[in-house]
Design a protein. Structure first.
Length: 571
């Protein structure tokens, strides 16, 4: 495969007499003249030793590099950061999580821009690293292939499959004297038996399914668990495929269209996936210059059947879905039911419909339902709107028995305050726990509330109370939990005006969320409202606070392709 570098970005660092100093650096790394003459492909991974999610990525990156090298490209490996939610959860470290998505996208952009790479293969393992790399691919718009690092194998405790969420919920059981010290220790030692991201349909696996549905990842590549050697084959094929895309001049923005984003939202709903996808899909759309906000995502959720019986709302984990038939089988039944756009281009160079032609639905499994026999008629995630959240909110209803809740507000101005009250059981059945000033600006960083929600569940109060926040929830959260309330408290949204004892009404079947207060009373309270002082007045979190926008639009920190003058891929 011969490439003309005269229009590729890497010509700026490799072609002509004036680039002799640049080439001398490449010779120092044992590249040959013919290697320098080939297209340069960035192979980026979010490898680190913070948690099992990312530990297998460097191994897979070597296979991706081999795929590039054996198909007339020169791979250039680099790493970027990851903040792993499981470790950051339940303390101030969680403020770093959503911010890390922007750092991942920004640092990948800067590395590619600085060194003039012609294409990108991105390997990610944990939560924010998946959308972060997909955002970078769309921002740079060079031919790109995404690959997930794979999920963890399920742990075993008392003969049952368990995940790290069982450990989070066990903390509540232990505090409620429903689990002994010895049982808790046994569970924590057995819940996470391998490399890989959390096994349920939490944010990592949700966004892994999105990567296939949106067309940026090869079919089946998101399903294989991290320890399996088969992952390395997909990594190799991803390296090979990026060279094919380069030849065909297929770029991420040719793939990520409004229809592809709708396909991605469809898969989130059909799998009862993480509410975090409602932040990440608008953020990816922003990089392409496409308007696709919380309400656009919610429209898709409202008409999509819930098909995959996955934890936390269901019974199974990612490994089970992989063995049942994987994401392509889910996509095929959704396509057969008329819920997907089959004409969307993908990284195979072919359409979604053609990719799925040979896929046959496996009736001898219980993980994925066919489109005409859903777990429920509408998706596992619902958008809400009302006088409490004029710019929207989101709730995961997968596995929930009741979709309406009426109760009295119990207000907290931080997650720590709420968690302490829950630990001390200073709340009661029927309460609507409000956790505010945890939004993108108020946190800053829009923390997840898994420690609090898991403790509530562990105390047996999971569906006896509701929880509302301008922060986020882990993909692992279950129960009546409403997040992403906008405008956030820090911006003076209605959530800042609620008082203890106010009546709150939530109806997930109608998509409404309201405080039983008149407009006059809300305006009166708004006049008296005083904002809190920012928690951070320097450093990265201060920069984020001053740049970030509303959760409705994905909590993005720049105007995206809407204001782009020059696309990197065309330099």
């Amino acid at each position: 495969m011969n490439f003309n570098k005269s229009k590729l970005p890497s010509r700026h660092t490799t072609v002509g007499p004036d680039r002799a100093p640049h080439r001398s650096f490449y010779y120092a790394m044992n590249l040959k003249k013919e290697d320098i003459a080939k297209p340069f492909i960035g192979v980026v991974s979010t490898w680190n030793e913070a948690a099992p999610c990312n530990i297998a990525l460097m191994r897979q990156a070597q296979s991706a590099k081999k795929g590039v090298y054996e198909n007339d490209g020169t791979p250039r490996e680099f790493c970027t950061i990851t903040v792993t939610d499981g470790i950051a959860m339940g303390h101030e470290g969680m403020k770093s999580s959503l911010v890390s998505r922007e750092i991942i996208a920004d640092s990948t952009e800067l590395t590619v821009r600085g060194h003039c790479y012609d294409g990108l293969v991105g390997l990610a393992g944990c939560d924010k690293s998946l959308p972060g790399l997909m955002m970078a691919m769309c921002r740079l718009n060079v031919p790109s292939v995404f690959i997930y690092g794979g999920s963890i194998l399920p742990g075993k405790f008392k003969g049952k499959d368990v995940t790290v969420v069982d450990v989070f919920e066990a903390v509540g059981k232990h505090a409620n004297n429903l689990m002994s010290d010895e049982e808790l220790e046994e569970l924590e030692a057995s819940a996470c038996p391998s490399a890989g991201a959390c096994g349920g349909q939490f944010t990592a696996n949700t966004m892994a399914c999105v990567s296939e549905a949106i067309g940026l990842a090869l079919p089946y590549s998101s399903g294989t668990p991290a320890p399996y050697e088969e992952r390395d084959k997909y990594a190799y094929e991803s390296g090979k495929m990026v060279m094919s895309l380069l030849k065909k001049k297929i770029r991420p923005r040719n793939i990520v269209t409004i229809k592809a984003l709708e396909n991605a939202a469809t898969v989130v709903a059909a799998t009862g996936g993480s509410t975090n996808a409602v932040l990440h899909l608008p953020a990816i759309a922003n990089e392409c210059g496409i308007k696709f906000d919380l309400f656009d995502v919610a429209k898709i959720f409202k008409k999509t059947p819930y098909l995959a019986d996955l934890k936390p709302g269901g019974q199974y984990v990612a490994k089970d879905m992989f063995e049942a038939g994987g994401v392509p089988m889910l996509l095929k039944t959704l396509l057969d039911g008329g819920y997907l756009h089959g004409d969307c281009l993908t990284v195979t160079g072919d359409t979604m419909e053609n990719n799925l032609k040979t896929v046959v639905f496996n009736n001898n499994q219980k993980v994925i339902r066919p489109y005409n026999n859903p777990l429920s008629k509408t998706g596992g995630v619902v958008g809400l709107k009302g006088n409490l959240a004029p710019d929207g909110a989101i709730v995961k209803v997968a596995g929930m028995k009741k979709l309406k809740f009426v109760g009295k507000a119990r207000c907290f101005n931080s997650e720590e305050e709420a968690f302490k009250a829950v630990q001390n059981k200073k709340y009661k059945e029927g309460d609507v726990i409000i956790i505010r000033y945890e939004g993108p600006k108020g946190g800053p960083g829009m923390r997840e509330m898994l420690s609090t929600t898991a403790a509530i569940y562990g105390q047996g109060m999971g569906e006896k109370v509701a929880l509302i926040t301008d922060g986020r929830f882990s993909g692992a959260t279950r129960g009546f939990c409403i997040g992403h309330v906008a405008p956030e408290a820090f911006d003076g949204g209605p959530i800042a005006l609620i008082k203890d004892g106010d009546n709150i009404e939530i109806d997930a079947s109608k998509g409404t969320i309201n405080i039983k207060l008149s407009k006059t009373e809300l305006l009166k309270r708004k006049k008296k409202w005083k904002n809190i002082k920012p928690n951070f007045t320097s450093g990265t979190l201060w920069k984020y606070l001053n740049a970030v926008g509303s959760s409705r639009n994905g909590a993005v920190t720049h105007p995206g392709a809407f204001k782009e003058k020059n696309c990197y891929a065309d330099i």
